[in-house]
Design a protein around this ligand. Structure first.
Ligand code: NAD
Ligand code: UDP
Length: 313
């Protein structure tokens, strides 16, 4: 039986990845310290092939049985989480990634690092291709996350080049779906929570900043293809459909049939002005592209939360 370790497996993306790997017949060892993840995300899993290990990746990890794949997703991911946990974020990106890579090395396992579009910072190239080196403020509030991920990428390439580990790096662009925490601070769960309560939708700044939103099942499909590829340098995965945050707020209001007004609040420091992946490489290497449009993905998210979605006119 193929065995996969998923670090951060009790989080939003990690729990969907565990589901996907179990469905493919893998044994799955989910390693998580429950900092920003929750047991609720994995409580539906009844499979005997699944094991949960509560462990902080900052500390050394040994797994006695054979391991074939290590998917390293453990890290705070939402701005409010990494602003609350700045040192922890740097440590999990550095020590945590060392420990996950060491595990893969000892088991001769394939390794995948969950990196992020944040390595591009507030980009001066648009859309962002993998060859762009980024425009990051290392000492701003987001620097703890951006630099942790940039270090983790450098470390992963060093384990590959010097130690021969079979590593892969995915740069994930904003991904959404069921199991995001309603209070995790990210735009989609926040807007959905506000819309469902007919409360004001809080758009930061004038809402002209853009993001590209990928539905979770599309992303997970790309991740499982990437770890089996021969590509070691980073690959972007995300949906190239680009929306302003104001357009996103309007879409959430439309899909939920909410009476919420849209209000504007202060724009956080160093909030990227644009973001859209160039996915040429993923198309060519993996034959991958997203299939779910934003409003369909929002409906699927609501359905996954058990919310009845109003049918259009
Ligand atoms: P999440 O917060 O839901 O999941 C992260 C998980 O990692 C949580 O379960 C948390 O408890 C766990 N974790 C954190 N520190 C840990 C530690 N020291 N030891 C063990 N477990 C630890 O976030 P997510 O959105 O699922 O993100 C997962 C990964 O994908 C992260 O690495 C994130 O940087 C990356 N990513 C996500 C997005 C996105 O849009 N969701 C975008 C870019 C990158
Ligand atoms: N955002 C917003 N209102 C909110 C939460 C977020 O306007 O209540 C904005 C945020 O300023 C950013 C965009 O939505 O411009 C995406 O934010 P998110 O935290 O989801 O992701 P990231 O900034 O990491 O791309």
């Amino acid at each position: 039986m193929t065995t996969s370790v998923v670090t951060g497996g009790a989080g939003f993306l990690g729990s969907h990845l565990c589901d996907r790997l179990l469905a493919a017949g893998h044994r799955v060892i989910c390693v998580d310290n429950l900092d920003t993840g929750t047991l609720e995300n994995i409580e539906h899993i009844r499979d005997e092939a699944f094991t949960f290990l509560q462990h902080d990746l900052i500390d050394h990890i040994e797994i006695a049985e054979r391991v074939d794949y290590v998917f390293h997703l453990a890290s705070p991911a939402s701005p409010i989480d990494y602003l609350r946990l700045p040192l922890h974020t740097l440590k999990v990106g550095s020590y945590g990634t060392h420990n996950a890579l060491g595990l893969a090395k000892r088991h001769r396992a394939r390794f995948l690092l969950a990196s992020t579009s944040e390595v591009y910072g507030d980009p001066k190239e648009h859309p962002q291709s993998e060859g762009y080196w980024g425009h990051v403020n290392p000492i701003g509030p987001r620097g703890v996350y951006d630099e942790a991920k940039r270090y983790a990428e450098a470390l992963t390439m060093a384990y590959h080049r010097q130690q021969g580990v079979d590593t892969h790096i995915v740069r994930i662009f904003n991904t959404y779906g069921p199991r995001m925490r309603p209070h995790d601070g990210r735009a989609i769960p926040t807007f959905i929570r506000q819309a469902l309560q007919d409360k004001p939708i809080t758009v930061f700044g004038d809402g002209s900043q853009t993001r590209s939103f990928c539905y979770v099942s599309d992303l997970i499909e790309g991740i499982v293809r990437l770890i089996d590829s021969e590509r070691h340098e980073p690959v972007n995965l995300g949906n190239p459909g680009e929306f302003t945050i104001l357009e996103l707020a309007e879409a959430v209001v439309r899909v939920t049939g909410s009476a919420s007004p849209i209000v504007h609040e202060a724009l956080p420091q160093d909030d990227p002005t644009v973001r859209r992946p160039d996915i040429t490489l993923a198309r060519e290497l993996l034959g991958w592209e997203p299939t779910i449009e934003l409003e369909d993905g929002l409906r699927l998210t609501l359905a996954g939360m058990g919310v009845e979605v109003p049918v259009g006119p």
